[in-house]
Structure formats: C-alpha cells, structure tokens
Design a protein around this ligand. Structure first.
Ligand code: ZN
Length: 84
C-alpha cells in the first residue's frame, strides 16, 4: 500500500481519493478542529490507518489506529512459540 498523499506547496489541495490527495506541506490553525476521515480504514504493513484531511486547507495525514488483526495474530503466535 503506497502513500497517496503528495505534499506540495505550489499546488492547490486536491482530494482525489483513493487515487491521490494533494496536501499543503504544513498544518495550520484550522487543522486543529477541521480534520475529517477520508475513505475507509486502510492497512499498511502491520498497521491500520485512515487518511484525515482538513476541511478548510486540505492538509492530510495518515492517522494510525492500531496494529492490524493479522499482525496481532502473528505477534501472539511468536510469543506462544517462544514460551514452548
Ligand atoms: Zn487546515
């Protein structure tokens, strides 16, 4: 899963999720209260995340939620194996 967010201060912000999102490189005051989830929960390696985008300026981040069920299962199996 590649990162679809492009940080660019020359371009206007674009929300073309799930193909791409163009975001300003830095958050502003507006981002403190204006972030909203874009699209569904995604998986990247061992982690689940959502894209969060500011309604006002378009600043976008990947917001990590928790380890994926698969990663947790693998971790549990490793722990059990190490106890045997
Ligand atoms: Zn903002």
């Amino acid at each position: 899963m590649s990162n679809i967010v492009e940080y660019n201060e020359q371009k206007a912000s674009v929300n073309a999720y799930p193909e791409r999102i163009v975001s300003p490189p830095h958050p502003g005051e507006c981002c403190l209260s204006g972030m909203e989830q874009v699209g569904a929960v995604q998986e990247d390696g061992n982690w689940l995340f959502v894209y969060k985008r500011c309604r006002t300026c378009g600043y976008t981040v990947r917001h990590f939620l928790m380890m994926s069920p698969k990663a947790l299962r693998t971790m549990r199996e490793d722990i059990l194996r190490s106890m045997n």
